[in-house]
Design a binder for this molecule. Structure first.
Ligand code: HMG
Length: 445
């Protein structure tokens, strides 16, 4: 079978920024370190009043096409993953196609379009759909444009408010890709959960602390399922491990559990035994509580070892660099983590061709998916085209009062008219409403 994977990536960071330690923490009477050290977050990205999930998706897609010399005729499929759509029938991908047709003056009539929903994991599900479409040979030589776009807002005052964010990631999926190929093997962990949901409402109902336990449980199931399909994983064979990142502190918790899982019965566990003891096994305990306490103690000791700290610093921490500055982008979050990892490799001029990443996606409700990605010979050329740091640096820094206005402006239940705080430049903007309540977009050169 031909190798299939990600040929190009583009990230669109929305134009506003809320500084968490400087602006958000004091207004909430919180210690800034709760955000920077506890959650691992420094800022959230927000859309200006002329931005929304369509403009962010269209802007990421247009830049992806321009930088990679793609034409509408190269695209046989446009899939948008979002959990913040504003229409229950018309998919965002049709709006995005309309935007692209405006600037290219060429049609995307024969591109199959859709929209995927399963909380944050639908970005990866769309990636897998594109993989399957190409691997099945139905693509007729064309690639798929997969876009993850969200304006991830929580109700004002909700504990999740600190983890908000907005942005889009566009990916071109193709045969013989430049960046990574995807493994055939994948692992799934899924359960009917109600820790985070939006029953016909914009802002989520969340049981925040339980949602973290559900994330960890589904990830463990997906990891076991992946190992059943692909064989054991050695932690030192993974060059980076991008996870879904609602906030970096979540990944910190997940990473040590994943490490504990994959070192079981390996020479790594043997070598660490003198320092941290033997990993507790359920059959050694008559009482479940005793077993869990011993496991917690072992995990804490493992986390403190120099070997684990080095592994985390090299292979997991670099996946969090962008996320710390933008917050949770829901469907885009794991794809931001992958991009962050590859940028780390690029900045350090690492030779990563043939190296493997293990990618852990997650969506509330709940499902985790794990697959492997192998880095391809042209990855540096593709990653070198990104300008994420410039986008982060050029965001408008919101005051708290401006943040309140912008939050209200993106609240679908309120009708507020907010003057833009930035000036659009070479990008699609929301340009008002049509007669059937549809949204209109135009490109501002
Ligand atoms: P909270 O309850 O306000 O925060 O909200 P906390 O009191 O638990 O503190 C957070 C961490 O900061 C803790 O660390 C504190 O100890 C630490 P931990 O004990 O967990 O390691 N802390 C401090 N550290 C240093 N200095 C200080 C300080 N103060 C506290 N002064 C919560 C946290 C995550 C619950 C909230 O932000 C929330 O509800 N978020 C939304 C839900 C969420 O993100 N869940 C994650 C898993 S589910 C998921 O990823 C899916 C999702 O993306 C949606 C989808 O799939 O569609 C959300």
């Amino acid at each position: 079978m031909t190798d299939v994977g990600i040929d190009a990536i583009e990230v669109w960071v929305s134009n506003l920024k809320l500084d968490l330690p400087k602006t958000f923490a004091p207004e909430n009477g919180e210690d800034p370190e709760k955000y920077t050290k506890g959650l691992g977050l420094f800022a959230s990205s927000f859309p200006d009043s002329y931005e929304d999930i369509v403009t962010m998706a269209a802007n990421a897609s247009y830049r992806l096409m321009e930088r990679n010399g793609l034409e509408p005729a190269d695209i046989g499929r446009i899939d948008v993953a979002t959990e913040t759509a504003f229409d229950k029938s018309k998919p965002v991908s049709t709006y995005v196609a309309g935007c692209l047709e405006q600037v290219y003056g060429k049609s995307l009539t024969n591109a199959n379009k859709g929209e995927r929903k399963f909380a944050c994991i639908s970005g990866t599900q769309s990636l897998n759909d594109a993989y399957n479409w190409i691997a099945s040979g139905r693509n007729r030589g064309r690639g798929a444009l997969v876009i993850a776009t969200d304006t991830a807002l929580y109700e004002r005052g909700d504990a999740g408010e600190a983890t908000q964010g907005a942005g889009a990631v566009a990916m071109f999926i193709d045969e013989d890709p430049d960046i990574v190929t995807l493994s055939k093997e994948q692992g799934i962990g899924s359960a009917d959960e109600t820790d985070f949901l939006k029953p016909n409402q914009q802002f989520p109902s969340v049981d925040g602390h339980r949602s973290m336990q559900v994330y960890l449980a589904r990830m463990r199931e997906a990891l076991e399922d992946y190992k059943a399909a692909a064989g054991d994983i050695h932690p030192d064979d993974i060059v980076y491990g991008p996870f879904h990142t609602p906030f970096p502190g979540m990944v910190k918790k997940a990473a040590v559990l994943a490490y504990r899982n994959v070192i079981r019965d390996t020479e790594v566990a043997d070598e660490l035994e003198a320092e941290v003891g033997r990993q507790p096994e359920p059959e050694d305990f008559t009482d479940q509580e005793d077993y869990l306490a011993a496991l917690r103690e072992y995990t804490d000791s493992l986390r403190d070892t120099e070997r684990y700290q080095r592994w985390y610093k090299e292979r997991i921490r670099p996946t969090l660099t962008i996320s710390r500055e933008v917050g949770n982008w829901y469907t885009g979050s794991v794809h931001v983590a992958r991009t962050s990892a590859l940028l780390d490799g690029y900045d350090r001029d690492r030779d990563l061709v043939g190296s493997q990443m293990i990618v852990g996606s997650y969506g509330s409700g709940a499902q985790a998916e794990i697959h492997a990605e192998t880095i391809q010979p042209n990855w540096k050329r593709a990653i070198g085209r990104l300008d994420i740091q410039e986008q982060l640096d050029s965001r408008y820094d919101l005051s708290f009062a401006e943040y309140e206005l912008i939050h209200d402006n993106h609240n679908l239940d309120l009708e507020t008219d907010v003057e833009p705080l930035t000036t659009p430049d070479d990008e699609f903007v929301f340009a008002g409403w049509g007669p059937m309540g549809e949204r209109k977009y135009q490109f501002v050169a």
